[in-house]
Write a protein that binds this ligand. Structure first.
Ligand SMILES: [Fe+2]
Length: 382
């Protein structure tokens, strides 16, 4: 029997080497003749902004540039972008950059069109007025934010990440150009690539999974698994960047349709407390969470199916979890020194994470304690 489901929409995806050249067509398609281009200084330096600007301007589209995006945007970063934008006249938004540019552009869209502050939109579907049409162009293969209707914005005081979602925040078009991701430094590609893999794997077993999200997860996994070995070894070859970019976006659609799980719930407190970069924090936790999830018979079946994909495609003869643990073991991960009281605090914070609710096995604080002890190679308390 097929369980009932209601799908969340996808942006129109324009994929291919050189796809950036289709930007003016995409902007015309969303019905606007002037845009705010939201980006960061690194993307300006890499030359992508001037390329995008000249593509748009040569098609008669007016461009205003906001290049003040900071990493892991906070509520005040979102407010700053909105304040700059209110001084300008434009009809649509283009985000060009990594997850932070996507999040800032989406957050700016919330505030410009609906007012207030980002914490007003924490959750899903709290904005009433229409949004400006939005085109997303990722320059990193990882977050999949270009395919999601959530802006992730940190609270100023606690650094807690708020997921602010609304169906109107979704990009109408996402341009996926592997050539643009060439400028992504390899260490960034490694950690965002592992994050994208974790998105596919967590979404595949989420309690919210549907027929459609399972298709996205599996397709994402197939693309990412083909390239991630090379990425982790910093030896990018052939179509690796294309597989990673498409895989990351399909993972984004899988999350949009099914949510994540306990690897993200337990990774977020590591980022908040020890400033561990998101992809690395997820990498630290992922194999341990998968071992925990294996006790769920349905999750175990899905892991076996993915192990078969690895074997049939000649990628690895290892079972899925061993293959993931091997990838993680080859990363440079930070040493975290945590005592029992640190672990108790981390576990309490992890248990409050919204995304943990969708893990195939429910977790209590004591389960997170065990996961952190396993991740930090500490013995279980007597
Ligand atoms: Fe993630």
């Amino acid at each position: 029997m097929v369980d009932p489901f209601a799908s969340r929409p996808s942006p129109k995806l324009i994929f291919g080497n050189g796809a950036l050249s289709k930007l003016s067509d995409a902007v015309r398609e969303i019905g606007v003749t002037s845009v705010l281009l939201v980006t960061d200084k690194g993307i300006v330096k890499a030359g992508h902004v001037i390329n995008a600007q000249s593509i748009l301007e040569s098609a008669g589209i007016r461009v205003h540039i906001y290049d003040e995006v900071s990493e892991n945007p906070t509520e005040s970063d979102a407010a700053r972008c909105c304040a700059a934008a209110t001084e300008l006249q434009f009809e649509g938004i283009v985000a060009l950059g990594g997850g932070s540019s996507m999040d800032t552009a989406k957050a700016c869209n919330f505030l410009l069109t609906n007012g207030g502050k980002m914490s007003d939109y924490h959750g899903y579907g709290k904005a009433n007025k229409p949004f400006l049409p939005f085109v997303a162009i990722p320059t990193t293969a990882g977050t999949g934010s270009e395919c999601q209707s959530y802006a992730l914005v940190s609270r100023e005081s606690s650094h807690e990440k708020m997921a602010c979602g609304d169906p109107k925040a979704l990009a109408r078009v996402a341009i996926l150009d592997p050539d643009i991701t060439d400028s992504q430094p390899l260490p960034v590609a490694v950690q965002t690539g592992i994050d994208a893999l974790a998105h596919a794997l967590e979404a595949s077993v989420s309690t919210r999974r549907t027929e459609l999200s399972a298709m996205y997860s599996e397709a994402a996994f197939r693309h990412i698994a083909r390239a991630i070995d090379d990425i982790v070894d910093c030896s990018v070859r052939g179509d690796d960047r294309g597989h990673m970019l498409l895989g990351a976006s399909l993972s984004g659609l899988a999350i949009e349709n099914s949510m994540l799980g306990a690897a993200h719930a337990s990774a977020n407190p590591l980022t908040a407390r020890y400033n561990v970069i998101h992809g690395r924090a997820v990498a630290i936790m992922l194999p341990h969470v998968m071992h925990f999830n294996e006790a769920d018979p349905e999750a175990a079946k899905i892991y076996v199916r993915y192990s078969n994909i690895l074997r049939e495609t000649g990628i690895s003869r290892k079972p899925l979890i061993d293959w993931v643990a091997d990838l993680v073991g080859r990363l440079e991960l930070p040493e975290i020194t945590a005592d029992a009281s640190d672990i108790d605090k981390l576990a309490a914070a992890a248990a409050l994470q919204w995304t943990g609710q969708f893990n195939p096995r429910p977790l209590e604080v004591k389960d997170f304690v065990d996961l952190y002890r396993a991740a930090f190679a500490l013995p279980k308390p007597a």
